[in-house]
Design a protein around this ligand. Sequence first.
Ligand SMILES: Cc1cc2nc3c(=O)[nH]c(=O)nc-3n(C[C@H](O)[C@H](O)[C@H](O)COP(=O)(O)O)c2cc1C
Length: 192
Amino acid sequence: MDTQDFTRPIFAPVIMGTSRQGRASEYAAHFVFDRVSKRSDLRTDFIDIRNIRLSIDDAGEAIKDSGFSATVAKADALILVVPEYNHSFPGLLKHVLDTNLKEYIHKAAGVCGVSAGPFGGVRMIQSLLPVLRELGLVTIFSDVYFGNAGKLFDPATGAIADPASTGRVDKFLNELARRDLGNIFEPMASTR
Ligand SMILES: Cc1cc2nc3c(=O)[nH]c(=O)nc-3n(C[C@H](O)[C@H](O)[C@H](O)COP(=O)(O)O)c2cc1C
């Protein structure tokens, strides 16, 4: 019989979802990565899609990157930090995600949106959710929204201007790590 070790840290790599030069999402991704790294219930890895050199004259499993596939296969969950481009996600991220199939099945996925506008990539997240579901991932309730990214991160240091972001990311990670499901369900229970 299959046995699972429920005491080991959950492996949740952070996927940096754009290759754009000068990307503000990189600051957001590092901020999230640092919060994950501080926890004993999670361990992580930083996957930068810029470093996954895929062919563009083919698509899907035929052009798998062995390193990316191996990391996703080992992952228990994925954390995607993704900018909003024309109300959707970067095409390169889809090209990368499309190269795997069974590696994703029934693993948790959480999305952090990044945008120049005030909505923190919420429209991108709405576009990305059906894709993640079709890949077999199981999306969590919580998202993180990094809006006004041009002002939110100090361009020299990457430091974040909004201190409340730490708590928001930690709450998101709590759900990903299934540590506070009691708290999530409490408001519903109390209305009965
Ligand atoms: C092709 C492209 C499309 C964009 N579309 C949007 C958009 O729809 N809404 C928005 O708020 N910002 C949009 N932006 C701005 C990005 O959200 C902004 O650059 C932000 O910093 C996150 O992206 P970055 O990591 O590439 O910097 C767009 C940027 C690019 C390059």
